[in-house]
Design a protein around this ligand. Structure first.
Ligand code: GLC
Length: 640
């Protein structure tokens, strides 16, 4: 096929003129300025991706025409927010920024129900609310909503588009930004594009990756990994009439063909429509998988980054107040490019999950080794301005162990550890284990992931069942310790619903009509509002109250500590005590975490100044060294 030369009307200058002519006159001066920063970048990135495609040139024109329409349609309140954020690009990086992640139905039933709980979130200090997928999902199983059937509709049981608008309004009023998943790697198999493809429509068949026979799939399989090796083995699914369709996740989640510029245009415009409904941050689901390349694991490909950079540029033009967050569960060394690299440094995603740091904290706890965390922090580079990590303890997914493979192997002269043992530990299968989680997609030779709520994994569930108050006290410390790490490390901390009350595993898991029997449902319990309202008595209520008070204290201490801003530097301390993890933030903040069941004695901090420290949470007199740190305890220190 020959590539048609771009018509004269498509020169960059002409594209710019046409875009500016299409936006409302009142917006034109602002748009002309934004074009300087983002327009050319958008064109260059799209050209690099799609120039060779017959529809490439037309796609760019179509995209810009629709982007202008989206700019015109952007509600006034959101335009005002865009302007305010342009003046303060660090608006989301302050130490008062706390995120919270929840399923709509599990947290509050419906979108209206969430709106009714805004005061609860505010009281907790939440300023960023990630609601797991609430768009119209596939009928039947939908991977917790991650198989989207219609990006422009709400799942009927959760509400309507009007409810969403009302919720975003209520949240904005309360100073909370709504983050939604943008499931961009795949659609459900009953999305209208998929239905058209099945019905033989060539245009839509090209929205997916379908192969007549196994020849190409087999070549790819030779180097691909597996996300769900037990519940969805392989990366291709046979579909009558289409052949072998690329399905990285479940067979009903069809990977989109991002090499087709029409997919880019349709998905990018979807994102702008969502942004115009008041969604302020997008969790870009499974971003690492967007581009496929034979002979590789089809992960983290340069084109996947280019797609994100193009989305960043497009948001910069139309909705610059919006944040993009990468969900790329890949080892630390693969993560920095999600913030952009080379000329695009700082121009890709604003946020990315630091899943290696999260998994390392759990491995460190099981192995009672602070050095596991130290090494990950040492490998974590500083980020470009206006960017930050997401730090967290748990989320709706399993704790994936794969990201720690290099650390566990003991690369760069570090002491190795056994991920299999860590996984068995959290499944309660090792002798010394207090944990009540379960292994996920693992077998005897491979530790894939672990499921379970924090409370069950740190031993609260087992201690309550045994009525062992000493074990319970230690378990509660572990819950606070892990949150203390997430809140002290550089990044925006994201709490997982229920952890603020030490909520346990979902005991009804696998039995309810609404939850699948896939292992991750173990840690997707319903919120227990009786605990919040104090209407629950007994040991569990006591645990909830204490955990809640301790986390609020940490959140409050973080809020008043400028060194804990998400983008402030972080440095691991070189401590001799292997069980301790020490973290320095700036000149006058240090955090110490005892990952072990033994008291640790710290003679002095490994730096000359400052010489005098006090407890950042309790205040009081300067502390005397040696400092004794109780089993599983933590100390946050500020220069006195
Ligand atoms: C992300 C989600 C996960 C989902 C997968 C496929 O990793 O967090 O829950 O299964 O994407 O959409």
């Amino acid at each position: 096929m020959t590539t048609p030369a771009p018509p004269a009307a498509q020169t960059d200058a002409a594209l710019r003129e046409r875009f500016l002519a299409a936006v409302d006159a009142s917006l034109r001066p602002t748009m002309a300025l934004r074009w300087e920063r983002h327009g050319q970048r958008l064109l260059d990135t799209l050209r690099a991706l799609y120039a060779a495609h017959a529809y490439g040139g037309a796609a760019v024109s179509e995209l810009l025409a629709e982007a202008a329409a989206a700019a015109n349609a952007r509600p006034l309140a959101l335009r005002a927010q865009d302007a305010a954020r342009a003046d303060d690009p660090a608006w989301f990086l302050g130490p008062d920024m706390i995120g919270y992640s929840a399923y709509v139905d599990r947290f509050a039933g419906t979108l209206q129900g969430v709106a009714a709980r805004v005061d609860y979130l505010r009281a907790l200090g939440v300023r960023y609310l990630h609601l797991l997928p609430f768009q119209r999902a596939r009928d039947g199983e939908s991977d917790g909503g991650f198989a989207v059937r219609d990006y422009d509709a709400i799942e009927p049981a959760l509400g309507t588009l009007d409810d969403l608008r009302a919720l975003t309004f209520r949240l904005r009023e309360a100073g909370i930004s709504l983050c939604a998943d943008f499931v961009l790697n795949h659609t459900s198999d009953d999305h209208r594009w998929a239905l058209a493809a099945r019905a033989g429509d060539r245009r839509y068949a090209d929205y997916y990756l379908a192969f007549e026979d196994r020849a190409i799939p087999d070549r790819h399989e030779a180097t691909l990994g597996q996300v769900f090796p037990q519940t969805a083995p392989g990366n291709f699914t046979h579909v009558d009439g289409l052949g072998w369709v690329w399905t990285t996740f479940y067979p009903y989640q069809w990977d989109l063909n991002w090499a087709n510029p029409r997919v880019f245009v349709d998905m990018a415009l979807t994102l702008l429509r969502m942004a115009n409904r008041g969604i302020e941050a997008f969790r870009l689901d499974s971003t690492a998988y967007l581009w496929k390349r034979e002979g590789t694991a089809s992960l983290n490909q340069p084109e996947a980054h280019a797609i994100l950079q193009a989305l960043h540029a497009l948001c910069g033009l139309v909705a610059p107040g919006v944040l993009l967050k990468a969900e790329a569960i890949v080892p630390t060394r693969e993560l920095p490019p999600y913030f952009g690299s080379g000329e695009a440094t700082g121009r890709e995603c604003h946020l990315a999950y630091h899943s290696t740091l999260m998994a390392a904290a759990w491995a460190a706890l099981a192995e009672q080794r602070g050095d596991v965390l130290r090494h990950v922090v040492e490998q974590t580079p500083p980020l470009p301005p206006g960017c930050a990590w997401i730090t967290y303890v748990r989320c709706h997914d399993d704790i994936g162990w794969g990201v720690l493979a290099a650390e566990a192997a003991g690369d760069a002269g570090r002491a190795p550890f056994d991920l299999g043992r860590v996984s068995r530990f959290y499944a309660g299968e090792t002798e010394s284990s207090y944990a009540r989680g379960r292994a996920f997609q693992s077998d005897a030779s491979h530790a894939h992931g672990s499921n379970g709520m924090t409370s069950a994994l740190v031993g609260i569930e087992s201690a309550l069942a045994a009525g062992d108050t000493h074990a319970l006290a230690l378990a509660e410390r572990r819950l606070v310790l892990l949150h203390g790490i997430a809140l002290a490390c550089a990044g925006v901390p994201l709490l997982y619903m229920g952890d603020e009350l030490a909520l346990g595993n979902d005991t009804a898991f696998g039995r309810g009509a609404d939850s699948g029997d896939e292992g991750r449902w173990l840690h997707r319990p319903k919120m227990d509002w009786r605990l919040v309202e104090g209407a629950q008595a007994g040991a569990q209520a006591g645990v909830a109250m204490r955990a809640n008070a301790a986390l609020r204290e940490l959140i409050e201490a973080r809020r008043r500590t400028p060194a804990l801003a998400a983008d402030a530097p972080m440095q691991a301390l070189a401590l001799d005590e292997a069980a301790l993890f020490g973290l320095r933030r700036g000149e006058d903040f240090v955090a110490l975490f005892n990952l072990s069941g033994q008291v640790q004695r710290l003679e002095r901090l490994p730096m000359a100044a400052p010489t005098s420290w006090r407890d950042a949470i309790e205040g009081g007199d300067p502390l005397a060294f040696p400092l004794l740190i109780e089993p599983y305890a933590m100390r946050w220190l500020v220069a006195a």
